[in-house]
Design a protein around this ligand. Structure first.
Ligand SMILES: Cc1ncc(COP(=O)(O)O)c(C=O)c1O
Length: 382
């Protein structure tokens, strides 16, 4: 009998490939924690915080329980609350706006740029005026470094200075990325990142961190993550959270950080191969001069209406795709009553209808990538 052998399905993000590479180093690091039993704020947490801060050139890293908590802690540390407007892009993961609402402030949505998918500085200016007209105090902006690409931090910083806005960079998808050699973590007043397993630097559970150069803000963040502690945890000087990074996760992350620069290189090599193979067939992402992405996603654009058939065609060949994000936040049930900058969110709406992401990770070998490219070419030709 002549049975056709189907190629195995391709993972969208291959967490297991990295696990195979790092296996014994991580096993040993976790075993050390199991031996010393300091599961909460053990020595690996402080060591990891120092290494993380060094890696990105920030003065302080404060590890916490998730990227969402990192954003929340940052807004709390800066006293953002009721009556304040927090500007954030509409085309992002919900956590960016969620944290503004959670601290009692008002998220005000800003449209994104067609070429980078990141916050539009002109839209930010417009949204500041919108917020004032609505009687809100413009207080903070959360530029998101979407899909691994830094936002236009220079432009955001100059508007923030004019308008006295706190800049909280949401680098959940982009830790390790840089502009002109300066890594994220060194832009804005504070940076929040996530170690969710699928992120470029992910752990084996939930985790996050806040980065800042400001000593007082760092001290407040350290207090906030342990119930607002003062001289010790039974001295409570502010209302805080229980939001620490587990020692086991810090041990895992220390091992992963060692190979992270190599992984960033590998992701960029894969992105270049995608761009070379597909750039003349479909709209592929472009990185502005001097910007380095960490390619949390490799996201292409298809003419509106072609996406479902395209995804089905790839699925039939064992190639997974994902849509980040099918509904912009200003259209979501939980967020649609919040203000949008005057002029609307046309780009966010267009992107939500047209984007689709292809498999991307640091262990995407050339043969597998060729399979994805061939399947993509066939799907586009249909
Ligand atoms: C842009 C963005 N912000 C914040 C978060 C929240 O991170 P976490 O899932 O660690 O809470 C994510 C995670 O998906 C994200 O993509």
């Amino acid at each position: 009998m002549n049975r056709r052998i189907e190629p195995p399905p391709i993972p969208f993000i291959d967490v297991a490939a990295q696990r195979r590479r790092l296996g014994s180093a991580i096993d040993a690091a976790v075993a050390r924690v199991l031996d010393h039993c300091q599961f909460i704020l053990g020595p690996e947490v402080a060591a990891f915080e120092n290494e993380l801060a060094d890696f990105c050139g920030a003065r302080h890293a404060i590890a916490c329980a998730s990227g969402t908590d990192a954003l929340t802690l940052a807004l709390r540390a800066k006293g953002v609350g009721p009556g304040d407007a927090v500007f954030c892009p509409s085309f992002t993961f919900c956590a960016t706006a969620e944290v503004a609402a959670l601290v009692g402030a008002t998220p005000v949505f800003v449209d994104v740029r067609e070429d980078t998918f990141n916050i539009d500085p002109d839209g930010l200016k417009v949204a500041v005026a919108t917020a004032r007209r609505l009687g809100l105090t413009p207080k903070a902006v959360i530029p998101v470094d979407l899909f691994g690409l830094p936002a236009d931090h220079d432009a955001v910083a100059s508007i923030a200075e004019d308008e006295s806005l706190i800049v909280l960079d949401d680098a959940a998808q982009a830790f390790g990325a840089s502009i002109d050699g300066h890594k994220l973590g060194s832009f804005g007043d504070l940076t929040a990142t996530s170690f969710f397993p699928a992120k470029p630097l992910g752990c084996y559970g939930d985790g996050g961190a806040v980065l800042t150069d400001d000593d007082d803000t760092a001290a407040t963040l350290r207090s906030l993550r342990v119930h607002g502690q003062g001289s010790d945890k039974y001295d409570n000087v502010r209302i805080g959270l229980a939001s620490r990074l587990d020692t086991i996760q810090a041990a895992v992350l220390r091992e992963k950080l060692k190979i992270f620069p190599e992984e960033i290189e590998a992701r960029n090599a894969a992105a270049r191969r995608y761009a070379d193979a597909l750039g003349n067939l479909v709209t592929v992402p472009r990185t502005p001069e001097g910007f380095v992405s960490v390619w949390a996603q490799y996201t292409i654009r298809l003419p509106n209406g072609r996406r479902e058939a395209f995804a089905a065609s790839l699925r039939a060949e064992g190639v997974p795709t994902a849509i980040y994000y099918p509904i912009p936040l200003h259209r979501q049930h939980a967020y649609k009553h919040y203000p949008v900058g005057d002029g609307g969110m046309a780009v966010s709406e267009r992107l939500a209808a047209e984007v689709i992401s292809l498999p991307m990770h640091a262990y995407l070998d050339e043969a597998t990538q060729d399979r994805i490219v061939d399947a993509t070419r066939r799907a586009l030709a249909r």
